[in-house]
Design a protein around this ligand. Structure first.
Ligand SMILES: NC(=O)c1ccc[n+]([C@@H]2O[C@H](COP(=O)([O-])OP(=O)(O)OC[C@H]3O[C@@H](n4cnc5c(N)ncnc54)[C@H](OP(=O)(O)O)[C@@H]3O)[C@@H](O)[C@H]2O)c1
Length: 372
């Protein structure tokens, strides 16, 4: 029997910044190079605050495809009948309004991380997406990568026992002499480390702990956090946060584990980015934390905690930079009429936003003291 043709998802791209360039480049990688044969991606429209920028983006990143529409407003992309799904790559504080407009135009939505700037915005978007009957997902690309899928199988087959502690950090040296108007420095654009970099340490805590079968999807029992805020604009530069999961008779969770997480915007990333410590071994994930290409599993000798009896490293390679796997998930969900992903569903974005709400509240009105 001849194989059926792949499902084509037609994308409208909102904004022409750094991440939009990366995501569109990956959308155009032939899916067959990653052994995907059931879905393909087509960019049909690009929207920018300037039509010239949209056209330049198409010339540079969509191989100058003349059929792709360049628009000088985002609204025209939402209204385009040749667009099925909208990708949103604007600064954090615009995600809510951009996603809301797209959803109300009955478009499916993939929205960059952090999906919104608080859980109230997110809950309202999810309600609207359900009302309009459209798919809605945060672009937490790490969750869909082949490394993650493989790691989860191994972490949950019982060999390593229960997870106990996760350590994860994601840092990036943005250079704190950035202009105050740069999105990382500007509170009005959601600047600071926690909203931009914080989702990545947290996604590993979510994968290793929240998603662990013993947790029964139970929310954390406790969150702590501390921040160093930059005097120039007051955004957080370095943030440490812990997320604890306690056994919960009400949900049936037996997980007792803690994630110790951090993010910084003034220092380079280091490796390993993530260490997941189990009763009977350790998983060490090489940086970069958003898109690692290898991990090592250390198995302890039976009855000898901490004594490594065997070590195994797995490496992952593919064409492109790793953003295409989330797009394949969107295409499959849209094809199958799903409103959310089973891998990164609405509950996980809500968990993320609730953790960040708490991290912010714990540091609200707390200014860093300076001693000179
Ligand atoms: N998944 C990932 O790996 C990843 C990596 C980096 C960033 N991100 C996320 O993607 C989002 C954008 O980050 P980015 O680094 O791509 O930012 P960026 O380079 O500054 O691009 C943001 C784009 O948003 C549009 N925009 C709309 N209103 C704006 C405003 N008031 N100020 C500035 N730009 C505005 C602009 O495009 P037009 O002028 O064309 O409208 C701009 O080019 C953030 O939420 C960030 O967390 C994700």
């Amino acid at each position: 029997m001849a194989p059926s043709s792949p499902f084509v998802l037609r994308w409208g791209i909102i904004s022409t910044g750094w991440i939009a360039e990366r995501v569109v480049s990956d959308l155009l990688v032939d899916p067959k190079t990653r052994d995907v044969h059931d879905v393909v991606h087509k960019v049909t429209a690009v929207g920018s605050r300037s039509v010239e920028k949209a056209q330049k983006f198409i010339t540079e990143y969509v191989e100058g495809d003349k059929s792709v529409k360049a628009y000088g407003t985002y609204e025209e992309v939402y209204a385009d009948k040749n667009v099925d799904a909208i990708y949103i790559g604007t600064p954090h504080t615009y995600h809510y309004v951009n996603a809301l407009d797209a959803i109300r135009a009955k478009k499916h939505v993939l929205c960059e991380k952090p999906v919104t700037v608080n859980s109230a915005e997110l809950r309202s978007l999810i309600a609207e997406a359900k009302k309009q009957g459209v798919f809605f997902m945060e672009a937490l690309w790490t969750r869909f990568q082949p490394l993650t899928l493989e790691l989860k199988k191994l972490a949950e087959d019982g060999t390593l026992g229960a997870p106990v502690v996760v350590h994860a950090d994601f840092s990036n040296d943005f250079g704190i002499r950035l202009p105050k108007t740069h999105r990382m420095m500007d509170p009005a654009l959601g600047g600071g480390a926690i909203l931009d970099l914080g989702p990545y340490p947290l996604v590993w805590a979510t994968i290793a702990l929240y998603e662990h079968p013993s947790n029964k999807s139970t929310k954390p029992s406790n969150i702590t956090a501390t921040m160093y805020k930059l005097p120039a604009t007051g955004v957080d530069c370095n943030t440490s946060y812990t997320v604890t999961f306690a056994p919960n008779p009400a949900t049936g969770s037996t997980l007792a584990a803690q994630a110790v997480l951090s993010c910084s915007m003034n220092v380079a990333s280091h490796s390993p980015g993530v260490t997941i410590r189990y009763e009977k071994g350790t998983i060490i994930i090489a940086a970069p934390v958003p898109c690692p290409r290898s991990f090592t599993v250390q198995y302890f000798a039976p009855g000898k905690p901490g004594v490594v009896a065997r070590e195994e490293t797995r490496k992952f390679d593919y064409v492109g930079s790793g953003w295409h796997f989330q797009a394949d998930e969107v295409a499959r969900c849209v094809r199958d009429g799903k409103l959310e992903s089973a891998l990164w569903g609405h509950d996980k974005s809500i968990l993320e936003m609730e953790v960040f709400d708490e991290v912010s509240m714990l540091n609200y009105n707390k200014r860093t003291l300076f001693f000179y």
